[in-house]
Design a protein around this ligand. Structure first.
Ligand SMILES: Nc1ncnc2c1ncn2[C@@H]1O[C@H](COP(=O)(O)OP(=O)(O)OP(=O)(O)O)[C@@H](O)[C@H]1O
Ligand SMILES: [Mg+2]
Length: 462
């Protein structure tokens, strides 16, 4: 890759100068702009790999620039510059699709980290636009493991190969199956679903392959099966592990030959069907236990797609929460405007055994019962509260969780204040200068965070 080109947008010349100097020293090509309008001109004139922008600017501000960028140049990651102590606006920006944020005054290590990560992201997804929530797959989530799922969907959608989707209950297997269909050349043809767990064993064969009139008691007229209905389209075999053993053989044969006979029929019917199967149990373990035919397993598992459980991608929670907030506001006719960061933090401490479905249910109830414009932790009715130390859970995706906490809570701010105070040996005036905020502002924050103010306590003591 040639040297990445970065555009810095800030109305303060000194910020532009300092930032540009740092980044040039790190080997990037850097241009700058004083306001959103100028930035858009630059972005239209030549390609950039990264945009770093201030929020507060005259005329076209950072949020508008961000919105423009998400719409026009969705492949460019946007990093927001926020003044120290305005984490809230950064969170707003993240909700609108910013990639990350950095705080002024700049901490060099943090700056390099954030920029390096944003550019690495670009390399990973190549020139494809990043998928946004509510995007083309209707799947929300941006963690690397989900990006991997999206890539797989994109790569295999067009092929007729059989796909086996594995994932715990509620992870979105059905959504993935539909995405595979919607992205395929078969999208205008039927998507036929069979829930293998819900069909009585004696009706399976006629459900899948159909029957002729009089084939069995009750077969008063001929009826096509799901395979026939799915001709030229996609057949989704959900909960495939529930398929009775004798049906497994018949399914295998139908998959191999793409032909079958209706129950009680003599005519061989040929179909062109793309089969997608899903399971929330470990199918290989079922094979080992002798409950699932090995040959059928291999026939289904041509392209495996595994969806990670929600507890391993906790950093997707803020996006999912926004998605469900909008969905249930719409559906329930409510107008809950925002979500308190504490609420999100609490949601990120739960281990979500029911995965996204469980989160969706929690959000539905919270939106329905919320009595203010903001979803407060109390609106969760205890979800997540029982877990004292999520990082202690071995299955938690620790890196993502830490990242999440860094972005979405005030903990970072508190520890930065603590660090500044330590460095300045408790001198509030100096620490405030180091943090780039007023002494009074710092004192307010210290009080909010329960940090002791040695200067004040000195004054107050008798
Ligand atoms: N990534 C996601 N983004 C948005 N909504 C999601 C996502 N994953 C799951 N959901 C929602 O969660 C619910 C459960 O998803 P889905 O039915 O696809 O799960 P599943 O894996 O098929 O579960 P089960 O094994 O219980 O059948 C649905 O309402 C779905 O819309
Ligand atoms: Mg399902």
């Amino acid at each position: 890759m040639s040297r990445p080109r970065i555009l810095i947008v800030d109305d303060e010349p000194s910020i532009r100068r300092v930032l540009a100097a740092h980044l040039r020293r790190d080997g990037y090509q850097v241009d700058d702009a004083e306001h959103g309008g100028q930035a858009i001109e630059r972005l239209e004139a030549q390609p950039y790999h990264l945009l770093v922008t201030d929020l507060q600017m005259p005329e076209i501000g950072g949020l508008e620039l961000l919105a423009w960028c998400r719409a026009e140049l969705p492949e460019i990651p946007v990093i927001i510059i926020t003044a120290f102590g305005t984490v809230h606006s950064a969170v707003e920006a993240l909700k609108l699709g910013a990639h990350d944020y950095i705080t002024k005054p700049f901490d060099l290590t943090e700056l390099r980290n954030v920029i390096g990560k944003a550019l690495a992201h670009r390399v990973r997804v190549g020139d494809k636009p990043r998928r946004e929530p509510d995007g083309r797959f209707a799947l929300v989530g941006r963690t690397e493991s989900m990006q991997y799922v999206y890539d797989l969907i994109e790569r295999v959608a067009a092929s007729p190969s059989t796909v086996l989707i594995q994932g715990e209950s509620g992870t979105g297997k059905e959504l993935v199956a539909r995405a595979l269909h919607d992205q395929s050349p078969r999208s205008a043809k039927p998507f036929i679903q069979v829930n293998c767990g819900a069909i009585p064993a004696n009706l399976f064969e006629s459900e899948l392959f159909g029957h002729e009139r009089g084939a069995f008691t009750g077969a008063v007229s001929a009826k096509p099966g799901r395979f026939e209905l799915a001709d030229n389209g996609t057949l989704f075999l959900d909960e495939i592990s529930e398929l009775p053993k004798e049906m497994q053989v018949k399914l295998l044969r139908a998959l191999q030959e793409l032909s079958f006979e209706r129950v009680g029929g003599l005519r061989t019917i040929h179909v062109d069907v793309r089969v997608v199967a899903a399971t929330n149990v470990d199918l290989q373990a079922e094979v080992a236990a002798g409950r699932f035919r090995e040959d059928l397993f291999y026939r289904l598992n041509v392209v495996p797609i595994t969806i990670p459980p929600l507890r391993e991608r906790l950093s997707d929670i803020p996006l999912l929460v926004q998605h469900f907030l909008a969905k249930y506001n719409r559906r329930l006719g409510r107008s809950v405007a925002s979500v308190d960061p504490g609420t999100i933090e609490q949601l990120a401490t739960w281990h979500w055994p029911g995965n996204v479905r469980e989160l969706e249910n929690v959000m539905e109830r919270a939106v329905l019962l919320a009595d203010g414009p903001t979803l407060e932790p109390r609106d969760l009715h205890g979800v997540g509260k029982a877990v004292a130390n999520p990082e202690g859970s071995p299955e938690a995706d620790q890196l993502d969780l830490k990242e999440y906490v860094r972005l979405h809570t005030a903990r970072l701010e508190r520890s930065r204040i603590q660090r500044a105070l330590d460095r300045e040996h408790g001198n509030v005036t100096q620490a405030a200068r180091r943090l780039g905020i007023s002494r009074k502002g710092l004192q307010t924050k210290m009080k909010a965070y329960g940090l002791r103010d040695p200067e004040r306590s000195g004054e107050a003591s008798p």
